[in-house]
Design a protein around this ligand. Structure first.
Ligand code: 3PG
Length: 194
């Protein structure tokens, strides 16, 4: 999967007013958003983002079946993220020509991803599954794999994660909580120093 930013914000949108507020704040400082299928507004949120914020590379997150993947692609998602690995979602993404980032935390799951020619995987929930220590251990048998730790990543451990060359980028929702505009601005400033 192509890396458009060292951090991919995980964004939960509830309705159009929420989308306008959150995406406006994000767009000023960050070039990418993963809009999750955790709400019924996800599909419309992706459409809204693609239409109104063309500078944001919009993707869909928490995609757990082929039907959601089809809807996300039709709505304009340019990449798809799953908490686990779904061969059916992978097939939809391949057909549509969009990047697929599946969640893999065990050697067996990573091997399944490699069999699908996927070499960048989400590592979720990162802090629970051993964080950087686990990623470094998994990198020994899988040097071709790049990881995207998500789940428990925040400003405090971001630099440590990004310093590891096995990490493609990180995902997280921390910057979308509280004062989103201020958080995204601070993150943008921090990323320039890393
Ligand atoms: C995800 O959907 O990828 C995670 O919920 C993000 O994890 P975080 O909320 O701990 O950043």
């Amino acid at each position: 999967m192509k890396c458009v930013s060292k951090v991919v914000p995980v964004v939960v949108l509830n309705d159009e007013a929420d989308a306008k507020r959150q995406l406006s704040a994000l767009a000023e400082h960050l070039p990418v958003a993963e809009i999750t299928f955790r709400t019924g507004y996800a599909e419309d949120g992706i459409k809204y983002c693609a239409k109104n914020f063309p500078n944001i590379c919009v993707g869909a997150g928490t995609v757990i079946n082929a039907e959601q993947a089809e809807r996300a692609v039709r709505a304009g998602a340019r990449f798809i993220v799953s908490p686990g690995l779904s061969e059916k979602v992978a097939a939809v993404c391949k057909r549509a020509g969009v990047d697929y980032l599946p969640g893999c935390v065990t050697p067996m799951e990573i091997e399944a991803a490699l069999e699908l020619d996927i070499t960048t995987v989400k590592f979720f929930p990162a802090q629970v599954y051993g964080g950087l220590k686990a990623i470094k251990a998994l990198s020994a048998p899988f040097p071709q794999v790049r990881f995207v730790p998500t789940g428990g990543v925040d400003e405090a451990n971001l630099a440590e994660y990004l310093a590891c060359d096995r990490i493609a980028f990180v995902g997280g929702s921390w910057m979308m909580k509280g004062d989103t505009a201020e958080n995204c601005k601070r993150l943008n400033t921090l990323l320039r120093t890393l």
